[in-house]
Design a protein. Sequence first.
Length: 447
Amino acid sequence: MLRSLDLRQASADTDYTAVLPRAEFDVDHAVAAVAPICAAVAAEGEVALRRFSEQFDKIVPDSLRVPTEVLARCADALDPQLAAAFAESIRRRRAVCEAEAASPQPVVTLAPGATVTQRLVPVGRVGLYVPGGLAPLASSVIMNVVPAQAAGVASIAVASPPQRDFGGLPHPNILALCHLLGIDEVFAVGGAQAIAMFAYGVPALCRKVDLVTGPGNIYVVAAKRLLRGRVGIDSEAGPTEIAVLADDSADPRHVAADLLSQAEHDPMAASVLVTDSGDLAEAVMAELEPMVAATRHVERVRTSLSGQQSAIVLVRDLEQGLAVVDAYGAEHLEIQTRDADTVAARVTNAGAVFVGGFSPVSLGDYSAGSTHVLPTAGAACHSSGLTVHSFRRVVHVIDYDRRALMEVADGVELFAMAEDLPGHANAITVRREPAPVEDEGRVSDAQ
């Protein structure tokens, strides 16, 4: 019934991921099928939802949102034993979650002989991408390599585009930083092809990696999206963006300089000022004109600042301003207001928050100590920047002895049968058989 796979003669450099059994999972085919469904829901809303409910589920509910009273009625109608099993499952899961929130590696004892331990395990091998297009971002070497090293990643490779000005090598500053950080596996490969190299591996050149991180242009982002699943990715970063929430206490020259600083990254970069002060808005515009005229990348900056992605947003007060910046979810958010630390503490959606007139985004790009690999395009409402946590995985270690299992056996079996999974229940039932007395160790000790 089960085939055999003999790996006893496998060499040390065998890529086990290529030979181990794995179910086929054609995501591309599924994407083609669901794309028109998603488009229809976006365009038609509830009308499309009802149509698809009839098409796929063969029934259309009276209300797509289940009424609260129905939820309560279902809870009241639960079999008491099943309700007790649900409650115990909730209690134990909550106990572990609360311990996780309080400590990075908790050991939770749920009952005598029943523990769940959370281990933080570093990713085995990562590929770090460092852009080298409009600006050779040597700082991204630091932002990628240092947290990976601190997380305990054993194998780190860096890729950056070859530069014509440097004989086909990446920018010398990038190479120098790799050496200073002890990274000697560096590839002069850029763009989508670098992501593919990391994801698939190239024989005799580069072993495949488990995770790819680092910002890049739209083609790098597209490659990450295409290859996600084959390889882990940190995010799909879009053009950089800054939002500044400011009141009339802000220095317009500082605000103008900060808006310009992000605009020079890319013609698609976004610079947004949110303010309740019309006077400040006018002063910032006045400061921007000579600054832009004098900057080296004047055309790039003008394109960015005049594009639809950049604007001055006038609000009636700071309360509305906070709502606006939370809705925007900026990659970089500066707070230049009175009581800036108090205002900053109320922000919920931002990749990084820069507090006061002397914490500009440029500081964070280089030497604040914070990460500059941050979520863009509003993704800050659900995603975080690149940190040590990005390079570690959480592994739960479940350790129950026989007595501890028997304490919850009835509930587990009931839960499994309620989900129509009798095989799950049977995996508990077979363990009800008396443990052999001659067994040494945990089984006989637990009797």
